[in-house]
Structure formats: structure tokens, C-alpha cells
Design a protein around this ligand. Structure first.
Ligand code: NAG
Ligand code: NAG
Ligand code: NAG
Ligand code: NAG
Length: 697
């Protein structure tokens, strides 16, 4: 046969076969379950929920000990040395802290185990009594995990608190759980002392010592009755006076995790060791060949269930965990001193987790960079991008061989270098990732993104998109530890009989479903139900639909649907995600209520784009605040929203009739968005109540 023909046909046949496989691959299958009637799906490979994958292991401390014995000489925890801390002053007089960080210092699994045992013994020596709780209130770092595992070895329940939580919420969570020992970072020590008058049960504080905190220590002496000890002292104390472990059982509460809810005070979700273990075991069956060679970059808040579960998976698999922070992640991150390296470049991670907001930022950064270069560089990038896109779409041309290597080398290598150049798998969770961003990151990093869907209440268990699933916008099939059921929500117009796909409220059941809210029976009974077979179900309030291959797609949120005066339903989240594509918009919150026939929006302006527009129009302004108040600016931004709305085929009543342009960004510190950067609608509504009232005046 003519070799040219072979050369032509072989890839063609391959591409046809691959396409077929891709289409036909089942990932979830319907299953009969108890409880409220609905459409339920389970993971294709597992008929009953997975509880543990390690023989004889039923709790997290057992899993930790198991790994420490198995991987004793491998690196476990890595932290960067601080070389210098500097203050830089920008031209307009504001000062910024810049860090010069060195290479990673590692603790091996066996060293980490020793530190954990010492910390556990140290706690007992300090006088922490049986049955009392410990709170960890700090940024993500190695000591966080050591403290956590130390507590677990003594069957101590750990209360976790977002480092960016407000004062009121902090007092509430520490008081409600009657915490007697708080482990905190140097920054958080000051916050604690400020509110010490309201903390009745706290007796001792353990601070992580890498900064000079002598001022705080002397102020604590006068203001508080607490015993304050440094982390190193506790370890030393425990090392010299070892105490036997007092291990928990699977049904003991491991963590009470306070989630920054979008309304009111935070609620504490009680997770058992069995809950966490079942999620960890389920994820391990899904991430491809994860093992000792892998290096994981940890930087998301450990007080978030996604990060907590991810790090537990890394420990179970024998990976190394290098700690970083969102502000020092890349060479160009805010806190990195110019000319020095960010966490990712130094560590070269192979695995990472991310929340969509961070990936969106990476995408925008790369796009901006490419646009700024212009010319040949931009052309090459665009061609390379579209080639890879059609390759992923199933065309064989450009999928393999020389062409891929060429594009990777010419175009994408530099993008990859931003995150260290070694990433082979990325996990995204916390909120739905836009299809556009998923594709962009997939192509530029050359690594798949697994999208997870889960909640604190389900211990992050839920669904997970398989690494070979190249579709976008979906969150995958149920994890082997979960059953996912859709139930009718007639008021919202979502039914399991809908065609072409069943739709409804998402309800998650399985061993991963947590024990409920701490000291909140009423709320627990409202959203957790146990069926006649004894399975626990959690009612998420999210609306989803199941594709024919058993993969879930999140399409709406129950709470975020508002009925307008004339009876039309507006899905706030859907409209916001359509409008946020406007280049002028940094963030947006749509507001609608049943008393009016139209929507309005609060828009956080994107400074760069709006200033560029103003310059191009010759508009003069003294500061950005003033520019945002100009009528012509508001008009321009509104016009761009209308355009975005038309592109997304929104209904007329979904387009905000009036907008307010805001010059200040919404950050977790301001309390307007959660640590995962989700809008806190109630808080924002309160903060801008006057502006909202004016809209309807
Ligand atoms: C662990 O601690 C809890 C709370 O103090 C207690 O109820 C439980 O019995 C303990 N578990 C074991 C195995 O001792
Ligand atoms: C702390 O909690 C106790 C009960 O757990 C309650 O009686 C008290 O009012 C709370 N104090 C504050 C400051 O919230
Ligand atoms: C990829 O496929 C999707 C849907 O299957 C289509 O909308 C899109 O235009 C395709 N893109 C390219 C570059 O072929
Ligand atoms: C470890 C754990 O919590 N297991 C529970 C999982 O869920 C089943 C049914 O809901 C319970 O019977 C298990 O005790």
C-alpha cells in the first residue's frame, strides 16, 4: 500500500475511533435509592459508596501514620525561608510589603510524624484537657497541618476559621464551640488580643513564631489572662515529655468547619473522621497515578474543605506538599520582591488546586500580556491556540506529534513557566469554572483541569470530572463516595421529567455527608435528611442537570432566583456570569426583587480598561473614583453590559435597567465576598442599601 495513504488514513481512523470513545464513555449510571423520589446517579465503577481504600484505616490519624511509615524518607512538608522583608513605597505614597523568599526547607514524612507527636504531647503538657476543643486560626502553612494532625492523635476536635473572617464571626465561632486553646499565626495573634474581652472560654494561645511578636506579647500580658506559648516551645515540651496517643474512631468529630455563609453568622459544619476519609479515598480512585514523585503547591486556605481534603489526599498518596500563599504564587505576585522568584517557580509543582477566580486572573493576565506584545507574538499565540483547540475538539490535525511539540515550545512554554512548568493536573473547585477559562488553561498549561463539585456539608464530596473528560462547563460524574439525586423544584420550573435532560435540585447522599451543623438542630433538620435505608442526604439548594453520560452540570442556584413583579424569574448568578465578560467589569452583583419589574446592578469597575477608554476619549479626571461617577462613564459601561447581555441572549427583563459604578474592589477582607470570592449578597445589599434605594426612587 502507498505509504502516503497509510500516513493519511492511520490518524484518520484513530481520530474516528477516539471520537467515538469520547462520545460513548459512560461515567455515571442511574441507581435506585431511598428517600424522596428523584433521578439518582452513581459513579460508573462503584456500586456502593467507597468508605476507605486502605485496609485497617478508618480515621485520618491512622491514615497519616500509615503514610509516614510507608514513605518515611520522602519529603512531606516544605516551607520557604524568609530572607528579607522590605517595604516599598509607590509613587502615590502608598506602601507595600515585599518579601524576598529563599528555597524550600523540607521535613520528611518521619520528621513530620515526630513533630506531630511532639505537638500532641505538648498540648497535653500545657494542660489542654480531654474533651476540650482547639481552634486553628491562621494562613495555610506547614504548622497548620502539624497542629491539625497533632490534635487528631489526641482525639481533639479542631475548629477551623477562615483567616479573613470578620470579628463578629470569629467571636461567635470560638465562643459557640467553647474553644480552650487557639493556635494562630503572628498576624492573627493581634486580632485575638483585640477581642480577648469577648472570649470567655479561651485559656491558652499557641502562636507560630516567624515574626517578631514581642509587642503583641507584652500587650497580651496586660490585657488577657491567657498563657501564650510559641509553637516551637510546645513541640519542645512535648518532645521532652512524650504522652501516649489517644486515637479517635471513625464516628468521632474531626473538624468543626465554620463556613462563611452568604447570610448571617457562620455555621459550624461537623465532620467525622469517616466523612473526611471517604472523600479522600474516593478522590484517590480518580486522580491518575498520583504518587511519591508528585509535588503539590498548597496555598488556598486550609480552613476551606477543598484544600483540607486535597492535602489529605496528598499525604495519603505520599506526595510532597510545598506551602505558598496567593500573594507570593508567581514571580509577578504582589508580595514578591522584584527580580526574585514566586512559589511556583521555586517549587515546580506537578499538582495544584485553584478556585475559578484565580484561574480567571491567570487567563486575563496571559491574554493581556499577549495583547500588549501584539505583532507576531500575538499572531503565533492565536494560531497555536486555535490549533490546540480544534485538536481537543476531536480533529486529529495538530493533536499529536511534531506540531504539538512545536506549539508547546514556541508558544505555551512561557505560559507554563508562570506556574513552574511542571503542572500535570489541576483541580478546580469552590465555584463553577467558566468553559472559556477551562479551555484556556487546558490548552496553555497542556494539563487537564479536574472540576470538582462539593460543599463543606458533604465534606467536599460530590462530583468530579475525570481527567480525560475534555468537555467544559460540567462538574463530572458522582464521586465513588456519593450518590447524587435530582428532585423536582416546581416553583423554579425545574423537573426531573424535563427534556432533553432531567433537571432539579441537587441532593447528595453517602458516607461523606457530614453530621450536621454544630448546636443548630433546626437548620440541620431543614437541609439534612436520613432515608428509610439509613443513608444521609444533604439538600444543596443548587440546581443541576444530568447529561446522558452521567455527568452533572450546575445550572442555577435556588436562592439566587428572584421572581419579578410581573412573574418573570431572574437567575441572578446566570445573568451575572453573562455580564461579567464585559471588559469594564471587575465584579458585578445583580439585584432584583418582587416589588419591581426590572433589575439593577452594582458594578465594580475594572480600572485599567475604563482608564484606557477615558484616555482614548480624551476625558480628564483627577482620580478613578471621580471617573466612575461621571455620567458618560456609567453610560459606556452600561452599553457594554447590554452588548454582553445580547450576546448571551438574555431576556430584556434580565438586563439591569440601572447600574452604579463602584471604584473599590470587593475583597474577602472587606467582607463583601467569601474567601472563595463568592458574592455575599446580603452583606453587599446592606453595604449599598442607599444606592439600591436610589435606583427605585
Ligand atoms: C473522642 O472524643 C469524644 C469527645 O470528647 C468522645 O465522645 C469520644 O468517646 C472519644 N473517642 C474515643 C475513641 O475515645
Ligand atoms: C458565648 O456562648 C455562651 C453559650 O455558649 C452564651 O451564653 C454567651 O452569651 C456567649 N457570649 C458571647 C459574647 O457571644
Ligand atoms: C469546538 O466544538 C464546539 C462544540 O462542539 C464548537 O462550538 C466550537 O466552535 C469548536 N471549536 C473549534 C475551534 O473547532
Ligand atoms: C464513616 C461513616 O460516617 N459512615 C457512615 C456512612 O453513612 C452510612 C449510611 O448513611 C452510615 O451507616 C455510616 O455509619
Amino acid at each position: 500500500m502507498n505509504p502516503y495513504l497509510v500516513g493519511l488514513f492511520v490518524p484518520l481512523i484513530f481520530s474516528v475511533v477516539l471520537r467515538k470513545q469520547r462520545k460513548e464513555k459512560k461515567r455515571g449510571v442511574p441507581v435506585e435509592v431511598g428517600g424522596e423520589p428523584g433521578y439518582a446517579v452513581r459513579n460508573y465503577r462503584f456500586t456502593s459508596p467507597v468508605e476507605t481504600t486502605h485496609e485497617g484505616v478508618s480515621t485520618i490519624p491512622e491514615l497519616f501514620e500509615h503514610s509516614c511509615k510507608l514513605y518515611s524518607d520522602h519529603h512531606l512538608f516544605g516551607s520557604r525561608k524568609l530572607i528579607a522583608r522590605e517595604t516599598e513605597v509607590s509613587p502615590d505614597g502608598r506602601s507595600f510589603e515585599k518579601l524576598h523568599l529563599g528555597s524550600y526547607d523540607w521535613k520528611s514524612y518521619s520528621q513530620a510524624f515526630e513533630a506531630v507527636c511532639s505537638f500532641a504531647s505538648g498540648l497535653v503538657n500545657l494542660g489542654h484537657a480531654k474533651g476540650e476543643r482547639v481552634a486553628i486560626f491562621s494562613d495555610t502553612r506547614a504548622e497548620w497541618q502539624i497542629a491539625l494532625q497533632g490534635c487528631f492523635r489526641r482525639n481533639i476536635t479542631v475548629v477551623t476559621i477562615y483567616a479573613s473572617l470578620g470579628e463578629e464571626a470569629l467571636c461567635h465561632s470560638l465562643n459557640e464551640t467553647e474553644v480552650s486553646t487557639v493556635v494562630c499565626g503572628p498576624k492573627e495573634l493581634k486580632k485575638l488580643i483585640d477581642i480577648s474581652g469577648q472570649l470567655d472560654t479561651v485559656k491558652r494561645v499557641i502562636y507560630m513564631d516567624d515574626e517578631d511578636v514581642s509587642i503583641e506579647l507584652s500587650s497580651a500580658k496586660t490585657k488577657t489572662p491567657w498563657t501564650i506559648t510559641s509553637f516551637i516551645e510546645v513541640e519542645k515540651l512535648g518532645h521532652e515529655n512524650p504522652v501516649e496517643a489517644d486515637l479517635p474512631v471513625a464516628s468521632d468529630i474531626a473538624v468543626i468547619m465554620y463556613t462563611s455563609g452568604s447570610t448571617g453568622l457562620p455555621k459550624g459544619v461537623m465532620m467525622t473522621h469517616g466523612n473526611v476519609l471517604s472523600t479522600v479515598s474516593a478522590v484517590m480512585t480518580i486522580v491518575p497515578s498520583i504518587g511519591c514523585k508528585d509535588v503539590y503547591l498548597a496555598y488556598l486556605p486550609l480552613a476551606h474543605v477543598l484544600e483540607l481534603a486535597a492535602e489529605a489526599v496528598m499525604v495519603a498518596a505520599g506526595c510532597s506538599i510545598g506551602y505558598g500563599s496567593p500573594l507570593t504564587l508567581t514571580d509577578t505576585s504582589n508580595k514578591i520582591k522584584k527580580g526574585t522568584k514566586g512559589d511556583a517557580s521555586v517549587l515546580g509543582p506537578t499538582l495544584m488546586t485553584a478556585v475559578p477566580a484565580i484561574l480567571d486572573r491567570v487567563r486575563d493576565g496571559v491574554r493581556k500580556n499577549v495583547d500588549a506584545k501584539g505583532g507576531l507574538a500575538k499572531k503565533l499565540f492565536d494560531i497555536g491556540y486555535s490549533r490546540r483547540l480544534s485538536a481537543i475538539n476531536g480533529s486529529w490535525f495538530g493533536a499529536w506529534g511534531l506540531e504539538k511539540i512545536l506549539w508547546d515550545f514556541v508558544v505555551f512554554r512561557k505560559v507554563r513557566a508562570i506556574l513552574g512548568g511542571q503542572i500535570r493536573f489541576m483541580l478546580s473547585g469552590g465555584a463553577p469554572l467558566s468553559g472559556d477559562t477551562q479551555r484556556f488553561i487546558n490548552i496553555c498549561l497542556g494539563a487537564p483541569i479536574g472540576q470538582g463539585y462539593g460543599l463543606t456539608e458533604t465534606c467536599a464530596g460530590g462530583s468530579f470530572s475525570a481527567y480525560d473528560d475534555t468537555s467544559v462547563g460540567r462538574v463530572g460524574a458522582p464521586l465513588p463516595c456519593s450518590f447524587i439525586k435530582l428532585i423536582d423544584w416546581p416553583e423554579g420550573g425545574y423537573l426531573i421529567t424535563d427534556s432533553p435532560m432531567p433537571r432539579g435540585e441537587i441532593v447528595i447522599g453517602g458516607p461523606n455527608v457530614t453530621a450536621g451543623y454544630f448546636k443548630n438542630e433546626e437548620k440541620t433538620r431543614e437541609v439534612y435528611k436520613v432515608d428509610e435505608k439509613g443513608m444521609r442526604w444533604f439538600y444543596t439548594g443548587d440546581i443541576g442537570r444530568f447529561h446522558s453520560d452521567g455527568c452533572l452540570e450546575i445550572i442555577d442556584r435556588k436562592k439566587d432566583i428572584v421572581k419579578l413583579q410581573h412573574g418573570e424569574y431572574v437567575s441572578l448568578g446566570k445573568v451575572e456570569s453573562a455580564l461579567i465578560v464585559s471588559p469594564y467589569v471587575d465584579n458585578i452583583m445583580l439585584h432584583a426583587d418582587p416589588f419591581h419589574s426590572y433589575c439593577v446592578a452594582l458594578v465594580v469597575a475594572a480600572p485599567q480598561a475604563i482608564e484606557n477608554w477615558a484616555h482614548s476619549k480624551g476625558i480628564t479626571f483627577s482620580d478613578f473614583e471621580e471617573l466612575c461617577q461621571k455620567e458618560e462613564t456609567v453610560k459606556e459601561v452600561h452599553a457594554s453590559l447590554v452588548k454582553a447581555a445580547k450576546q448571551a441572549r438574555l431576556e430584556k427583563f434580565e438586563i439591569p435597567a440601572r447600574i452604579k459604578l463602584l471604584s473599590q474592589p470587593w475583597t474577602p477582607e472587606s467582607g463583601l465576598v467569601t474567601a472563595a470570592l463568592k458574592l455575599k449578597r446580603e452583606v453587599i445589599r446592606k453595604a449599598y442599601a442607599e444606592d439600591l434605594a436610589k435606583f427605585y426612587a
